[in-house]
Design a protein around this ligand. Structure first.
Ligand SMILES: [Zn+2]
Length: 366
């Protein structure tokens, strides 16, 4: 049976920072933890390249270390996790014979395998080091603003997220992600930093990492509800398998708007059109809730030759990339979560009962 292992290093190997993600495999051929000591010994964990084609995290780390590590001490210890350099070599999310790494962490639904065992070990090692926070850096396709995702609604978690963006997404599905598996131990974020290769995505990520390294602590004081716009996913939307679709003025059964990704993170009123239907009598889209229940009719109406929304909703991850739509999904639908904190979160224990969601009339109940 194959047994996978990860490497641990206490320094940056000579020349590593000169390499783009696609060349890392020449020095690092699998999951690797690099410990770099700083003034404050409680480490910040930064995870990059869990998905091999999402290079912003590694670009930010290269620049961060070129400006700090080579000349002066880091303000705080840093634990860098480099996920999948072999997939990065081929500029792929994962190789054909690999699972999605960010579904293999403890608590996930992946069947027991050498990968889930490997990620359990890495997880246990991270926990042992009792980090200040975990930051897992990703990219996506389509026009999406940069945002952070949390897996627990707590003041300190939201505060950390708000240092990256005022838009924060709460998710507990999919399971098996790094941030979800670590969030019972410390503030953990998944960062979505726009499309890979965009320089402003790297700039933004770099600035955020600098801020995190210089934080003394993460305050548990209640966050101002105006400073954090919190959303959660209510549905995943797919184009039904055998439906022919295109963008713009095409004769396809489903002709989606060619600027559809402009809707990402916009709170759309009911009656917004995603595109036209050409002579189709079946439902072109399927929307399912996080439990897998078909809720298409709750969000879409197809009876007037268009794909119309039936209620106020906010899409994310809308993409114009056909391959992503076919392999993954068309988009996610999100609702706003109204939250209030009644008291300061004291220690590292989760305090879900300290959170009260407001029940103002007209607001969707998450
Ligand atoms: Zn990713």
């Amino acid at each position: 049976m194959i047994s996978l292992d990860f490497k641990e290093l206490d320094h940056i190997p000579e020349g590593l920072l000169e390499r783009p993600a696609s060349a890392l495999y020449q020095q690092i051929d699998g999951p690797t933890l690099i410990h770099l000591e700083g003034r404050n010994k409680c480490p910040l964990v930064v995870s990059v390249l869990q998905h091999g084609n999402e290079v912003t995290g590694w670009e930010a780390i290269r620049r961060l270390l070129k400006s700090h590590y080579q000349y002066d001490e880091l303000p705080r210890s840093l634990l860098i996790f480099i996920g999948n350099p072999l997939a990065a070599k081929h500029r792929l999310r994962r190789l054909d014979d690999q699972p999605d790494f960010n579904r293999c962490w403890p608590g996930g639904n992946e069947v027991d395998s050498e990968y889930t065992r490997l990620f359990r070990q890495i997880h246990d090692r991270m926990r042992e080091l009792d980090p200040l926070a975990v930051i897992d850096i990703h990219n996506n396709t389509g026009l999406n603003p940069h945002y952070a995702a949390v897996n627990l609604i707590r003041s300190d978690y939201l505060r950390l997220a708000s240092l990256f963006s005022s838009k924060v997404v709460y998710f507990t599905m999919p399971a098996g992600t790094l941030s979800l598996s670590m969030s019972e131990h410390c503030p953990s974020l998944t960062l979505e930093c726009g499309q890979a290769g965009e320089i402003h995505g790297t700039d933004h990520t770099l600035a955020f990492l600098e801020t995190c390294l210089n934080l003394e602590t993460i305050s548990g004081k209640p966050v101002n509800a105006d400073a954090v716009h919190l959303f959660h996913m209510v549905a995943t939307v797919y184009v039904n398998d055998d439906v022919l679709f295109g963008f713009g003025r095409v004769p396809a059964e489903l002709a989606l708007r060619e600027d559809l990704d402009k809707f990402n993170f916009c709170e759309l009123p009911a009656g917004t059109s995603f595109g036209d239907l050409n002579g189709s009598t079946r439902k072109p889209l399927l929307a399912v809730d996080p439990e897998g229940v078909d809720i298409t009719d709750k969000y879409f109406f197809f009876g007037r030759g268009e794909v119309e929304t039936t209620r106020e909703v906010m899409p994310s991850m809308l993409t114009l990339d056909r391959r992503v739509i076919q392999q993954d999904c068309l988009c996610y639908l999100m609702d706003r979560i109204h939250f209030e904190f009644e008291e300061e979160v004291p220690g590292p224990d989760p305090l879900p009962e300290g959170i009260r969601r407001s029940d103002r009339p007209g607001t969707p109940v998450p």
